[in-house]
Design a protein around this ligand. Structure first.
Ligand code: TRP
Length: 345
């Protein structure tokens, strides 16, 4: 899809406070008065939601974006997405709209800016999140509630992935709202899905190798939360949590941060060791998890201090260059490099 669908006003900066001189203000007001307001139909691509709903969305959009909306008129997907975004404001239709929007995540590339810049949408997401907090302790999340919040989390994931919204998402500290979900330990499917999907949002943030995202996460308690899940979690949440730690380690600041104090380093290396022992003892053939663990070790071995300590603390099974439980060729190479860095081989 081309740029014509981008509706983010070019000059939109949530944090910019512009002071306007009285003369500029008058000029602006006159110019605005001259501008003919476009027909409502154009704004909503032929759909006619209730007047109050139309007003709530259109007041948010600049003339530029209204033009863009006009151009999008023929795009039925856009019409549908805009309609669902409007329906979020109607509590009776919200659940359905959330589910439909989350299904559009991959097929509609401009969903993220639309969500972020439409009036009240993010507030609605935060409200949905806040409602769930009361069901965490004591644990009473129903499958239906879990599925509803997972739709919201899917949409947050889309905001975390998109280059145009990621930075806004971080500056609004949205990831912090998910930490209570990561801090749960109930084993039911409803809770595991909640954790996996929340981790998916953080995973989306770190996937782009964006130092801003890594720096943000480092200033929060995400690493201890991930370590806890790596140690005690179920297969999928464990894998995503390890992926997040791997991505933080691959960042130069991230590696320095983790290797800065013995407490941090040992917290990470002990959990990695626990996971290796667990995989080895249970004979589980989880190559994906193994891949992330080995990559974490290799990266740690690139830090001088950490490397020296690792020589002693590398799990015994990994000290054997001929071990056979690593199957992937790339991972075998990483393992070789690891042993070389530690002068074990
Ligand atoms: N605030 C803690 C710290 O700065 C966060 C933390 C706990 C942590 N365990 C960790 C960070 C392990 C990195 C690795 O130490």
């Amino acid at each position: 899809m081309s740029n014509q669908y981008v509706i983010v006003p070019q000059n939109y900066r949530s944090d910019s406070m512009v002071s306007i001189s009285p003369a500029d203000k008058r000029y602006f007001e006159q110019a605005q008065a001259k501008q003919k307001s476009p027909p409502q139909q154009m704004i909503f691509g032929g759909y006619s939601p209730s007047p109050s709903l139309q007003k709530s969305l259109s007041t948010q959009l600049s003339e530029q974006s209204i033009d863009d909306f006009g151009r999008m008129q023929k795009d039925s997907d856009t019409e549908l997405v805009v309609q669902y975004i409007l329906q979020l404001r109607d509590t009776d239709k919200r659940e359905q709209a959330l589910s439909e929007l989350s299904k559009k995540r991959e097929s509609f590339p401009h969903l993220a800016p639309l969500l972020w810049h439409s009036v009240g949408t993010i507030a609605i997401f935060l409200q949905e999140i806040a409602v769930v907090y009361q069901h965490l302790q004591p644990a009473q999340l129903t499958p239906a509630q879990s599925s509803r919040i997972c739709s919201v989390l899917g949409l947050l994931q889309c905001l975390a992935l998109h280059v145009q919204t990621r930075s806004c998402f971080l500056r609004a500290h949205i990831p912090l709202f998910l930490y209570p979900f990561l801090n749960t330990s109930n084993k039911s499917k409803a809770f595991e899905n909640l954790r996996v999907t929340s981790l998916g949002v953080i995973g989306a943030l770190v996937k782009g190798d964006d130092p801003e995202a890594i720096n943000f996460l480092m200033q929060t308690e995400i690493i201890p939360l991930c370590l806890r899940i790596m140690k005690k979690g179920q297969e999928l949440s464990r894998t995503v949590a390890t992926f997040i730690v791997q991505k933080i380690l691959l960042d130069d600041n991230g590696l320095n941060y983790i290797c800065q104090t013995p407490e941090r380093f040992f917290a990470v290396s002990q959990v990695l060791q626990t996971m290796i022992d667990d995989l080895h003892q249970s004979q589980k053939d989880d190559q994906r998890l193994l891949r992330h663990i080995i990559r974490c070790y290799l990266r740690l071995s690139e830090n001088q201090k950490a490397g020296e300590v690792l020589k002693k603390y590398l799990p015994q099974v990994l000290k054997d260059p001929t071990q056979s439980f690593i199957k992937d060729e790339v991972v075998k190479k990483w393992h070789n490099n690891l042993l070389q860095n530690l002068s074990i081989k």
